[in-house]
Design a protein around this ligand. Sequence first.
Ligand code: APR
Length: 328
Amino acid sequence: MSTTPSSPDKPTLSTITASIHRGAIKNIVVLVGAGLSTSSGLPDFRSPDTGLYAKLSALALPYPEAPFHISYFNHTPEPFYAIARARHPMNAKPAVGHAFLALLERRGMLGYIFSQNVDGLERDAGVSEEKVLNVHGSWKDQHCAILSGTVPICLKDGCGGNVKPDIVMFGESLPGEFAGKEEEMLSQADLLLVVGTSLKVAPLSEMPRKLPTHVPRVLVNREIVGDFGSRENDVLVLGDCDDGLREFARKLGLEEELEIVWKDAVKRKEAELERDNWDDGNAPTLEECVASAAEKMNMRMGVSEGHRRMLQGHLADKMAGIMAKRAQ
Ligand code: APR
């Protein structure tokens, strides 16, 4: 993990934590993305080999984000449900990075969290509901529809439409409270902490630019994103976000408390899974979900018999490969 090269007046993580200790920074606004949840086992979207979008080729999508676009979902929902099945947050436990956010709140330093993630892991880590806005929605509470792996159809008044979990798809509007909340929180922020995001999707990608220039910004991410590095008071903590946030906690003298908050959060999630009789030990892998969705799509699209046989052969080979890998 590397931090910005220190020069006499350029702020570093140490000068930021010193400002926190002397009470000059007490209202931290946080923007998080999928990178924060990768160590919980949920792939991010755009990392070249491990990201979700790199694993959907069998679905022959018109473009990578298609499963999350409302116009595509309405006629071809299978890819979305395949991804949802493999990435369901009930399979995931909060990571130390999520616990860091809860620690900020416990210590009275958390202004607000804007999350692009739909996994609800910030709440699982102990962050209060009123301190976080999942701007892209959350599918934390929809189990059955996702777990069945089939596309649920709305039966109300003979609707027949595809049931869509409570997430915001491309082409849909964000929660109404977002704009006002963003303006309010940025006007009160003493620090903007950005963690695990490529800053590729507006309007959240614009948030760091909207922050008044006198307020410092800290980026904890694998690589530099957005316009980070363009301001004198930017602090770049490049590398794994769990490591970067542990370092942040260490400099605050809170490393032990962070581990306690994290362990408690994991125990709470495990108890919840136990209580809900959740046994998803045999959760299919993303590859398996994608392969079965591709098969359903092709069956539904009525491909020619020959094409179907070719695809089935391809899928059989793929599944044999997956099973052989799992047997190793
Ligand atoms: N540590 C640090 N950085 C990481 C880690 C990690 N363990 N894992 C991933 N990253 C970084 C990646 O390098 C990348 O810069 O996190 C970023 C993740 O970027 P994306 O995959 O684009 O995810 P995100 O920014 O949250 O995407 C925004 O796009 O598809 C939509 O709705 C979806 O909310 C999502 C939005």
